[in-house]
Design a protein around this ligand. Structure first.
Ligand code: MN
Length: 239
């Protein structure tokens, strides 16, 4: 059976330069292509009222959380730090509801960048609103202006993890984040870190909760590095 993959969508709501100023719901094409290439059937879930989460989750086999805006810090009990960047509260609310519902309905979740951070918040973890708040920060995690098809920093995998199975002990990833996981949610485990100790991947400690989160952007590299494609293939066909 073809797996139906719900991708939580994003919105453009302030640009006057694209779509003639029209607001749009969207997801990056690379997620759609990667899922199609893995044999899955992608469906974009537009930002909606959280009350619709149960209905959406019941229609899909697995949930993909994409990257994007910063997460509104009140969801982990903080005021916005001066270095916080753009947030979209409607997206946070809807995706938090999707996560809760996916866990309830036992649907696997693959979470990328912001998605991984939001998962941690949904399960009672906290974030660094900016990497400058992390005292051991020594690695460049915002690799601009280097293009995303280049992996720029190393990560070290934990044994007994999906990532170790896919990549072995050491791997290199691209990096476009200025926020990171601070305190880890009790139901999650860290499965990869960068050399400065930043959390680069998470999985669930509960065996019946299929969760895989990565801090980098595999969707921007899967067409130039078949290792990255393994993540999508694993998500669609095994997770
Ligand atoms: Mn990084």
């Amino acid at each position: 059976m073809t797996k139906i993959i719900g991708i939580a969508g994003n919105q453009i709501i302030q640009s006057v330069d694209v779509f003639n100023g029209n607001h749009v719901s969207y997801t990056p094409q690379a997620f759609v292509t990667a899922i199609q290439k893995s044999g899955g059937l992608p469906i974009v879930l537009p930002i909606s009222d959280g009350q619709n989460a149960a209905a959406y989750i019941s229609k899909i086999d697995k949930l993909l959380l994409a990257g994007g805006q910063d997460i509104s810090p009140d969801f982990f009990g903080e005021e916005p730090h001066p270095k916080l960047e753009e947030t979209n509260r409607n997206r946070d609310v809807f995706e938090l509801a999707l996560i809760k519902e996916a866990i309830k309905q036992k649907k696997p979740i693959f979470a990328v960048c912001r998605g991984m951070q939001l998962l941690n918040v949904a399960l009672d973890g906290t974030l660094y609103q900016d990497l400058s708040l992390y005292s051991d920060w020594t690695v460049k995690h915002g690799q601009e202006p280097t293009q995303p098809q280049f992996a720029t920093h190393s990560i070290q995998m934990e044994k007994d993890s999906i990532l170790h199975q896919l990549f072995g002990e050491k791997y290199h990833v691209n990096s476009y984040h200025h926020q990171a996981i601070n305190s880890l949610a009790p139901s999650l485990k860290i499965t990869a870190r960068s050399s400065d100790g930043i959390v680069e991947a998470i999985e669930s400690v509960e065996t019946d909760q299929r969760i895989l989160g990565v801090q980098w952007h595999p969707e921007l590299r899967f067409d130039v590095d078949k290792n990255e494609f393994k993540l999508f293939d694993y998500f669609v066909n095994q997770l």
